[in-house]
Design a protein. Sequence first.
Length: 487
Amino acid sequence: MEDVIIIGGGVCGCSLLYALSRYALRVTLVEKENDVSTGTSKANSGIIHAGYDPEPGTLMAKYNVEGNPLIYALCETLDVVHKKTGSLVVGFNDRDRAVIQGLYERGIANQVPGLRIVEYGELHRMEPHLSKDCVCALYAETGGVVSPWEFASAQAEAAVQGGARVRLDTEVTGIRKEGGNFVLATGRGEMESRFVVNAAGVCSDLVSRMVEPEFFTIHHKRGQYFLMDTASSYLVNSVIFQCPNENGKGVIVGPTAHGNLIAGPDNERVRGDDRTNTAAGMDFVRKMALRSVPDLNFSQSIRNFSGVRADSTLNDFLVGPSERVPGFFNIAGIKSPGLSSSPAIAQDVTRMLGEAGLKLEKNPRFTAGRRVKRFKYMSVEERRKAAAEDPLYGAVICRCETVTEGEIVDAFKRPLPPRSLDAVKRRCGAGMGRCQGGFCGPRVLEIAARELSKIRDVPVRPGGIPLDREGMYIITGETKTPEGKGE
Ligand SMILES: Cc1cc2nc3c(=O)[nH]c(=O)nc-3n(C[C@H](O)[C@H](O)[C@H](O)COP(=O)(O)OP(=O)(O)OC[C@H]3O[C@@H](n4cnc5c(N)ncnc54)[C@H](O)[C@@H]3O)c2cc1C
């Protein structure tokens, strides 16, 4: 029997798993997909928000402002790719100036440090490629960017290293109470726990309804993006927002933690977790992005993607114990700034679980930190040393992102080995560059098959590894077998 089961391996679930792994507990995270961070947590702007945007007094404001410094600290501890770039909300006219003044005052009310309004001359010195129509901006020095999927998986890896468990490919389909504990029905049998935390993202309303009558609903709001080649990165230094409106924070043009540039998102109500990219949505993003940065060249776009927001009818995050079902906790309706808020939410829910009777005694196995070798960021001397220690660090597999075979193999040796080609990409960046895996994909597939064969101790064929989800197979058969015959 578990002390705590967390449903959902997004950034909220993984942050809580890491926070709880500090204590000597039996904790399991259950995720329906084949990896952590495959839902909203992998497809967003990756911005560490400063905290001036949410309405004062809301949980969104509280957790965003508390979460901001925690993310930077955790990224250092867990060696997660991030950058403190600062962010700008730019204004084009007097109406925008009034909005910017309002955001500044809201930020002060939320106790956001390092906020100021910058005027034309300074603004264009900070961002030389900004539209000359931008007259002023709100500058937030604590804004930044993080690799969102790595922030989640790094916490899950450290938690597993410290003794916590992650069960992938396991969907929770029902929950019942028996003798004071919860029994969870999953696609892989039943599991029992004293406490359950619902961190199921866009499905958090469905999971809540497994234990209590409906009291909130999730509306799905899709946001679409262009991911641009690193050749465009010179165009912005910080994250550039336009003034927010009834559709949210608006289209941004900003750097990614990996050195690319993104433009997006739009905000469209969709049915379910619909992550399709549409011509109309992408046209809107293009038009709005060009308004901020007219030199953007969309022929440099290397990929489109979209993510779906969990917009709750409660109009704020839902964090804490259920009022009706003792032992059941929600981390639900976590739309933006959920990534930025996640470590603060995790700390608070840990405290609440303690107050509800969970014993929080120090875990002697807790692993606070993690270190990852990244060839791309090494000096020439460091590269020589890495290749001398392990010749696989001398073999560059992904040429766009300069990822070596050593890094791919290391990803399989870490506590949460990848099960798909996309998971390899999320762990070490192979396939993330200009060719999007067109060249390195087959080699990565071979390496993945070899490494998974060692882990599972049965032969795994490249054809058995999906691109992302189960069923998304890249290889349908072999034209030549070792015996020379086609399949
Ligand atoms: C377009 C867009 C842009 C955004 N930009 C930012 C930003 O720049 N900065 C910021 O701070 N925030 C941003 N956000 C918000 C942020 O991405 C989310 O708040 C955060 O990722 C939510 O994490 P989560 O763990 O709650 O949900 P998710 O990441 O969706 O995780 C939930 C998990 O639960 C699993 N699950 C669901 N049902 C079950 C079940 N029955 N059994 C088992 N597993 C289940 C799912 O498979 C999923 O993996 C953005 C969001 C969007 C959509």
